[in-house]
Design a protein around this ligand. Structure first.
Ligand code: PLP
Length: 414
């Protein structure tokens, strides 16, 4: 059963200062989750998690993670700027971008980030825009379908990312001729999977590729980046991925492939969802009840605050605060106020009897939640709050109309 680490009274008290909707992130839970991940890979001397900043690009969260030895995975100019502002640089930034504008490479090189190239043509592009570093990473796309057992997990052949196998070899040769000395390999082949064979299977592919690169080109791969993709159980019946087991299985593959090849490889990950997803909660209030052909609860949040249900039909569990133990005796659609019929946080969802003024908590919103927010219908993005030792601190204020209008020329309008 999914639980909420705060009570209705606690939220009612917060709402006096910060009107709903708002996000609450559980700092202590995020910290201990990161620790579990780091422990799972502690057998690997160079292991490092680079948090995928796009999942939750809040400087307070980044500081909290960085304080525990976590690096940052950036993919845009502003994400790099966040790192720069926090004094995060060098080996603590992985720049895994694609279709990359020139100025982003320039800034990444200025911050001495590890650059993870998405395409063979980006080698010369980087040479012109920032220059080729001695240590550089290549994103691999094996093409075809990516299988785990009998299940198709993804379709790399249809994905825009990465180098083909031939291009990896050609790319390494070219980079060697440009002065690069140390290489990394990266691939991202499945998204939001709790399948515990994903990382070990991906690791085997990349370790073997590293061994082939050494054999054929004499070039040294010193790190393998397993990227993101480990999922979280959004549904209450789903099981969490056992990260300790995943770590030990990657270790088994390491012993099988990396050690006999005479390589010494540091393992990196770029997890986003796994790190913060389960520890973020979107808190919203029921403001309307509507009965037509269906029963609707209208809340004060909308898809602009959390896009995943509208965009992917994603399930997010909902708890009605103060009614945690009541029977789910009613079936509701829980809606936002956008003029879009897909603006529903839940469809045909069994919930306890919801009354106007009840607080609804939308679970597992800590990654790709607030950060995917948008301003359609002139809706404003909500505040983000951090819960630490039972205390609440605002780490991003809610947008105001003046933020929405900031890109217009007010002098001419009014
Ligand atoms: C989005 C992304 C991640 C993080 O993905 P999660 O599903 O949040 O783990 C990591 N690396 C890259 C390159 C990405 O694009």
């Amino acid at each position: 059963m999914k639980t909420v680490p705060f009570t209705k009274e606690f939220v009612a008290d917060i709402a006096k200062t910060y009107p709903t909707p708002f996000y609450i992130y559980d700092a202590d839970a995020i910290r201990s989750n990161l620790k579990r991940l780091q422990n799972a890979f502690s057998w690997n001397r160079g292991y490092k998690e680079y948090f995928a900043v796009k999942a939750l690009p809040n400087p307070e969260i980044m500081k909290l993670l960085h304080g525990q030895g976590c690096g940052m995975d950036c993919s845009s100019y502003t994400e790099l700027m966040l790192c720069e502002a926090l004094g995060i640089g060098g080996g603590d930034i992985m720049f895994s971008s694609n279709d990359t504008p020139a100025e982003e490479f320039v800034l990444a090189r200025k911050l001495r980030a590890t650059v993870n190239l998405d395409d063979i043509t980006h080698i010369d592009f980087l040479k012109e825009n920032g220059g080729i570093p001695e240590r550089i990473s290549l994103r691999f796309n094996p093409g075809g379908e990516f299988m785990l057992g009998n299940t198709i997990m993804g379709n790399p052949g249809e994905a825009k990312y990465g180098f083909t196998r031939e291009q990896v070899f050609e790319g390494v040769k070219k980079l060697l001729s440009y002065g690069a000395k140390e290489f990394g390999l990266h691939a991202f082949l499945a998204s939001n999977t709790t399948d515990e064979t994903y990382y070990p299977t991906l690791a085997r592919k990349l370790f073997r590729l590293a061994a082939d690169i050494k054999k054929e080109l004499g070039a040294t791969v010193t790190f393998v980046n397993l990227s993101g993709g480990i999922g979280i159980p959004y549904q209450p019946y789903e099981k969490e991925a056992d990260i300790a087991y995943i770590g030990s299985e990657v270790e088994r593959v390491y012993r099988e492939v990396v050690i006999p090849a005479g390589l010494d490889i540091s393992i990196y990950t770029e997890l986003g969802r796994y790190i913060t997803g389960p520890y973020g909660y979107l808190v919203t209030k029921a403001i309307h009840e509507k009965n037509t052909y269906k029963h609707y609860i209208g809340v004060d949040a909308c898809a602009c605050n959390l896009m995943r249900p509208a965009m992917y039909g994603a399930y997010h569990h909902i708890t009605v605060l103060g009614k945690e133990n009541d029977p789910a005796s009613k079936i509701y659609d829980v809606t936002g106020s956008l003029c879009e019929n897909n603006d529903k946080f839940a469809i045909d969802r069994p919930l306890p009897d919801v009354e106007i003024g009840d607080y609804l908590v939308i679970h597992d919103s800590g990654a790709h939640g607030h950060s995917m927010g948008y301003n359609y219908n002139g809706k404003l993005r909500c505040a983000e709050l951090l819960m630490e030792n039972g205390q609440i601190r605002m780490i991003r204020r809610a947008e105001k109309p003046s933020d929405y209008f900031a890109t217009l020329d007010f002098l001419n309008l009014f």
